[in-house]
Ligand binder design. Structure first.
Ligand SMILES: [Zn+2]
Length: 232
């Protein structure tokens, strides 16, 4: 269900992003500008790099006013938006969501019924995740003197967090696979048991003689009343 929702969201996002209009670009601009300013506030070491990026984007945005052709205008607006969504700004945004994902997945994993041999790996993945978040918070405060600094730093932190996230995810799917396998085995055992019980019930039924109608005990081969052979 979660996966399905994610696919639907991705699909909707694609559908929306494919159909660019002046209005949608205007809206995106407002959102992107708000995010960029928010990130500059949250990460003061990135403030200069982000402000410079905003200035560049605003320069591109200003050019849209002179464009009368709608298609060209939309394209230029999209270019300005792309400046606001520069890789390092997107990464800063992604770092926030990755931290949240790691925390959510750790909670999910903690809530799972683990077997003894899974405990160590799970605990390790969870504590690695915590450490990755902690390290990321420190690393992301490193001085940023240029856009390439910003790119390098955010790329590094994103990849550390992604690694920690995928470790937790791997354990979760291993546990889920094991649970599914156990469920399958349990179902099979239950089916076999049920079939055996059914057979036993059938075997325990008295056998009615085809000639005289007398009920004979289960397992009889001849009728106790008339001596006729008891068929199936
Ligand atoms: Zn009989």
């Amino acid at each position: 269900m979660k996966k399905f929702t994610a696919i639907m969201v991705a699909f909707l996002f694609l559908a929306v992003s494919c159909k660019k209009t002046v209005e949608s670009e205007q809206k995106a601009w407002e959102v992107n500008l708000r995010i960029a300013n928010q990130l500059a506030y949250e990460y003061p070491n990135f403030d200069a790099a982000i402000k410079e990026q905003i200035k560049t984007a605003e320069g591109v945005w200003a050019e849209t006013a002179a464009l009368s052709d709608e298609k060209a205008k939309i394209q230029k607006m999209a270019d300005a938006n792309a400046q606001l969504r520069a890789p390092f700004i997107r990464s800063l945004d992604e770092i926030k969501s990755l931290r949240q994902t790691i925390r959510t997945k750790s909670t999910d994993l903690r809530g799972m019924k683990l077997e003894y041999n899974e405990l160590m790996g799970a605990n390790q993945a969870i504590s690695n995740g915590e450490r990755a978040i902690f390290d990321a918070e420190i690393k992301i405060k490193s001085p940023v003197n240029s856009k390439s600094d910003a790119d390098a730093l955010t790329t590094l932190v994103v990849s550390d967090l992604k690694l920690a996230e995928s470790n937790i995810e791997r354990i979760i799917s291993t546990v889920k696979n094991r649970e599914a396998e156990q469920k399958k085995v349990a179902q099979k055992t239950e089916e076999v048991k049920k079939a055996a019980e059914e057979k036993k019930t059938v075997e325990a039924q008295p056998i009615k003689c085809g000639y005289c109608g007398t009920l004979n005990p289960a397992g009889s081969t001849t009728c106790k009343s008339c001596g006729a052979a008891l068929g199936k």
